[in-house]
Design a binder for this molecule. Structure first.
Ligand code: A3P
Length: 285
């Protein structure tokens, strides 16, 4: 599989999984309905964890669905070629997933009550997670080191473009009633409270014992054992045997990969680029 890419409205996409025609259709024609739920993140920010939680909320903690249907079928990634086909095949209401920046997201979002949950993550951890993940996926450009991945990330020459633009675009939706802004860090720090927040946003009432099952079955340990969340079962996508999605599942792993100088330069850039946004929006060091 080649690592060919193309540019679409300022963003680079690997040709193996995306096409300009589908990206245009998703934005211009795909109709999001009021009863749909869309989980959105910049890549490597915890989307699979979020999907698992939302699916388990729907099943009230029961694992039949999450252990029999692959995660990418339960919640189609609408902008990919296979995800678009599967989203159009299914009857609604839809549980959908996207990594699109807001300027490429379906326009129907702005005139519907579809519920969107956006999770952001410390960008330094995103870089480390991306380095390991993309290097195990076929059809995408591999980086030689975390340092090279960091350079590409800062230039925005990575799938889905600049993290700063992505987060800035989505964070601007935070006052909308049909939008929930979360972070990987708060999910890690207080999973129970954050899952309760998601239930409330989705209008789902769960009993305490159902909540316990949701928490247990969406834990890193249980998800790591769930083969149905494992990209390595897609032989043509993944070039490693072990599940590349479930690597460490911690906050602050960047400390094991960034030099002090890299971290300081990154933080300085972060402050410059995000200076106009309240710092408390970003709950990481
Ligand atoms: P690491 O590579 O840092 O371990 P995405 O799902 O958006 O591709 O993000 C993948 C990251 O989310 C990985 O981070 C993965 O370990 C982490 N993750 C997935 N499921 C998780 C869970 N249940 N709890 C904590 N982290 C999880």
């Amino acid at each position: 599989m080649s690592d060919d890419t193309f540019w679409y409205k300022g963003i680079t996409f690997p040709r193996a999984y995306y096409s300009p025609g589908i990206l245009r259709k998703v934005q211009e024609e795909f109709v999001l309905k009021d009863e749909d739920v869309v989980t959105v993140t910049y890549p490597k920010s915890g989307i699979n964890w979020l999907i698992e939680i939302v699916c388990l909320i729907h099943s009230k903690g029961d694992t039949k669905w999450v252990q029999s249907v692959p995660i990418w079928e339960r919640s189609s990634r609408v902008e990919t070629v296979p995800g678009f086909a599967s989203a159009n095949k299914k009857e609604g209401p839809h549980l959908l997933t996207s990594h699109l920046p807001i300027h490429l997201f379906p326009k129907s979002f702005f005139s519907s009550k579809v519920k969107v949950i956006y999770v952001m993550r410390n960008p330094k951890d995103v870089i480390v997670s991306s380095y390991f993940f993309w290097n195990s996926i076929n059809g995408v450009k591999k980086s030689k080191s975390v340092e090279q991945r960091l350079e590409w990330f800062l230039e925005g020459k990575v799938p889905y473009g600049s993290w700063f633009d992505h987060v800035r675009g989505w964070v601007s939706m935070r006052e909308r009633g049909n939008f929930l802004l979360l972070s990987y860090e708060e999910l890690k720090r207080d999973t129970k409270r954050t899952v309760e927040k998601i239930c409330q946003f989705l209008g789902k009432k769960v009993e305490p014992e159902e909540l316990s099952l949701i928490l247990k079955n969406s834990s890193f340990e249980v998800m790591k054992e769930n083969k149905i969340c494992d990209y390595s079962m897609l032989g043509d996508v993944c070039s490693v045997d072990k599940n590349p999605l479930m690597r460490k599942g911690i906050t602050g792993d960047w400390k094991n990969h960034f030099t002090v100088a890299q971290a300081e330069a990154f933080d300085k850039l972060f402050q410059e680029k995000m200076a106009d946004l309240p710092r408390e929006l970003f709950p990481w060091e």
